[in-house]
Design a protein around this ligand. Structure first.
Ligand code: FAD
Length: 479
């Protein structure tokens, strides 16, 4: 290890190779503080060439690399395991916007750009970059692509994969593959880009990307509807889709319990409502350029209809930007409010939208029958069929009590997801904490194909070992 560190230090400079334990801490502990790993060093390259050379130096020493963006991931994929024989490679110094092409409607950016800065850069160029999520002030675009991030506007624009038309990637042997040509069409063979997006740093290190830009949608209508049930929420989603069509940008489901938790744990937060007494809420946004006659009156009409047929008990339509921001602010604080509440068992699941009401009803009942008193904090991107089905300790229980329940409880939830043909990871990935679930629920053939790709691109297992695929190749009987 000493020789590796001296080689890295000589190449990157001492400032860009962190070896002191306290300074390494932010890079080796994940956002949820589930994993506290060990790394012999943290390397901070600032260019594609530096990433490639760092990979070659590590490969020569047989040392693995954990690529890291903003370390906001929820499945501990950006931190090392406990053995300490890896380096963390933070991409945060690679933060240049290489080009914005308003004719091609693309921007080419380096992996270490903060997502919010990219939204602002697109905005300054008179365009929209629609990837948007609660961690946008600290997550990096490389991490967004590593996880194929979703967020709040997938309904209209798709997830990170759909927003990307080119990539530059450093491979496990230090070679650089690039498709940053700004092409919307390229059927000259397999789509290599799609293999790297969502691969959680296990197949290559993304150093840059060409991203799609869209026309701005300056007119936004935001509303918060109070609803008696998840059935009513899916019904309202259908109506909003019919009425607003592609202008429907976001449709978020939030349980009353989540909003109350935000109110309780984030007292400085300006809440959009005085009293939160409905079991469910939907946060809805329609955005457009002002054409096609879509006006505030149309938006109001959807909700008048809905209240009239008693599917919603109340609808608050934002009358100002501040009100809309209060609605989104409350939604975006849920993850932090949950972290403040203590440990929580998270499930990031995907289901056909039509299955969601029955899934929530039945799984809530099963949970209470088997683990009476646990608290559900369910929210998510209903328009994408994605729920964050979170379960927190009993009011009278503690973290140890919840920890003991975790294996059986998650099995119950994920089995219910499987019965309805869903997925155990909708947008957050597998990371270090869901590898066993992947083996249990993924079809054996799919696992074999994934292993074949991993073996081809990273034959020595140097890239993010233990993340996504377990470090050993599982025999199919494990299922
Ligand atoms: P990291 O956490 O640093 O890394 C994530 C994974 O990508 C790791 O496996 C890592 O090894 C890999 N990786 C990082 N950089 C690279 C690279 N350059 N090349 C290859 N692999 C790389 N996620 C959503 O999808 N939707 C949401 O709505 C959402 N909301 C969130 C809200 C909050 C408050 C928080 C804290 C998180 C939320 N997340 C959400 C999760 C998280 O923000 C996303 O997964 C995000 O995409 C991670 O970006 P990051 O830069 O922090 O990546």
């Amino acid at each position: 290890m000493k020789k590796l560190i001296s080689d890295l230090t000589e190449y990157l400079g001492p400032k860009n190779v962190i070896i002191d334990e306290p300074d390494k801490q932010p890079y080796v502990v994940d956002w949820r503080k589930i994993i506290s790993g060990k790394a012999c060093a943290v390397a901070l390259p600032s260019s594609t060439e530096e990433v490639a050379s760092t990979v070659r130096i590590c490969a020569a020493h047989g040392v693995s690399i954990v690529p890291q963006g903003g370390n906001t991931g929820q499945v501990a994929g950006a931190v090392p395991g406990e053995v300490g024989e890896s380096i963390v490679m933070s991409l945060k110094r690679m933060n240049a916007i290489r080009a914005i092409d308003t004719k091609n409607n693309t921007m080419t950016v380096e992996a270490g750009c903060i997502l919010k800065n990219l939204q602002e850069a697109a905005n300054s160029a008179g365009r929209l970059f629609p990837l948007s999520l609660g961690a946008e002030g600290s997550c990096l675009i490389g991490g967004n692509l590593g996880t194929n991030a979703g967020g709040t506007q997938v309904l209209r624009y798709g997830n990170a994969r759909e927003l990307t038309i080119g990539l530059e990637v450093v491979l496990a042997n230090g070679e650089v593959w690039s498709s940053l040509r700004g092409l919307r069409k390229d059927n000259s063979g397999y789509d290599l880009r799609d293999i790297f997006i969502g691969s959680e740093g296990t197949l290559g290190i993304i150093t840059a990307a060409t991203l799609r830009l869209f026309p701005q949608t300056p007119i936004r209508h935001t509303a918060l509807a109070a609803l008696p049930s998840v059935d009513a929420a899916t019904e309202l989603l259908s109506r909003c889709r019919d009425e607003a069509q592609e202008a429907l940008t976001a449709f978020e489901l939030i349980s009353g319990a989540c909003l109350r938790l935000v109110q309780q744990n984030c007292p400085d937060k300006r809440m959009p409502l005085h009293s939160i007494d409905s079991p469910w809420y939907c946060l809805i946004e329609v955005a457009h350029r002002g054409e096609n006659g879509r006006s505030l009156e149309n938006f109001h009409r959807i909700f008048e209809d809905v209240i009239e047929c008693e599917q919603a008990s109340d609808v608050l339509v934002a009358q100002s930007l501040a009100q809309a921001e209060a609605m989104w602010g409350a939604r975006e604080m849920i993850t932090s409010a949950l972290a403040h509440d203590g440990k929580c068992i998270k499930h990031d699941i995907s289901l056909p939208i039509s299955e969601i009401p029955a899934f929530v009803r039945e799984t809530d009942e099963l949970l209470q029958a088997r683990y009476p008193g646990v608290r559900n904090f369910t929210f998510g991107h209903l328009g994408d069929g994605n729920l964050h089905y979170n379960v927190a300790r009993r009011a009278s229980g503690d973290d140890a009590d919840l920890h003991a329940m975790q294996p059986g409880l998650s099995l119950l939830v994920h089995d219910a997801v499987e019965r309805r043909s869903g997925s155990i990871s909708a947008e957050q990935g597998i990371g270090r904490i869901r590898t066993a679930d992947l083996i249990r629920y993924k079809a054996p053939l799919e696992l074999q194909l994934m292993w074949a790709i991993k073996r081809t691109l990273d034959p020595n297992g140097l890239l993010n070992p233990g993340v996504l695929l377990p470090s050993f190749e599982p025999w199919m009987e494990l299922r």
